[in-house]
Design a protein around this ligand. Structure first.
Ligand code: JB2
Length: 209
């Protein structure tokens, strides 16, 4: 089984560990965090990020998964990713056995697809994105890198979401609309026009920036 270390030990890490355990594809060696969060679903705390180097030296083929989430636009996950890639860690994509991944879908490294998410035919998901529980990405969407599609969010067909954007819980985006990079689409918002301003906040029904 592929060995893997989890970065982060909070709420997102707990959900991630749960998915990884369900895939039965990985042996989780432990998690690293700035602080000891106790045992998380039976997974032990290994120490701060400084232990990663020796871990990599000991287990040549070890992979990593980013268990640090976010509910605001942030490059925190990218920084962790780049630091670990430089150390030689690999970032497998991880897909819950209860997610539905349809034909001609491409999922890049480090992306995690949570329970009951649906990614429909022809869609592409970038690096280290979070496709969270029960979200729905319809046909031919393009989701960038370090994006978070939060629980219950819905992207209709042909939607484009730029890097680092956060589509919050229960938001909906109608077909063929584009969300620029680093945007926040608020919880429950309904996007019916392109969200064109990078870093913009788009809230409400219909969503306005
Ligand atoms: O650079 C880091 C680092 N930065 C923060 N390295 C390591 N190893 N750990 C780091 N952390 C740790 O991530 C913090 O010390 C903390 O324990 C954890 C973040 O936990 P928290 O529970 O605050 O948030 P989260 O990121 O796990 O989850 C948020 O995002 C998810 C997507 C929550 O809001 C969840 O509810 C949400 N589902």
């Amino acid at each position: 089984m592929e060995k893997i270390v989890i970065v982060g030990g909070g709420g997102h890490a707990k959900s991630l560990i749960n998915i990884i355990q369900k895939t039965k594809k990985f042996k989780i060696l432990g998690y690293v965090d700035l602080k000891d969060c106790g045992r998380v679903l039976g997974v032990n705390y290994l120490g701060e990020d400084s232990v990663l180097k020796s871990l990599k030296a000991k287990h040549k083929k070890i992979s990593a998964a980013i268990g640090v989430g976010y509910v605001q636009v942030s490059d925190r996950r990218q920084k962790i990713y780049e630091r670990l890639v430089a150390m030689g860690f690999k970032f497998p994509s991880i897909v819950s056995p209860t997610a539905i991944i349809n034909q001609e879908v491409k999922i890049s490294e480090g992306t995690v697809v949570f329970d009951a998410a649906v990614i429909n035919v022809g869609s592409t998901i970038g690096t280290c994105s979070i496709i969270n529980t029960n979200s729905s990405i319809d046909h031919d969407c393009t989701v960038g890198n370090f994006v978070h599609i939060a629980p219950g969010a819905v992207l209709s067909g042909g939607v484009v979401v730029g890097d680092f954007s956060l589509i919050s819980t229960g938001a909906k985006i109608i077909q063929y609309k584009t969300v620029a990079q680093e945007c926040l689409v608020g919880a429950g918002a309904v996007v019916v026009n392109d969200c064109t301003i990078p870093g913009g906040k788009y809230l409400g029904i219909p969503a306005v920036g």
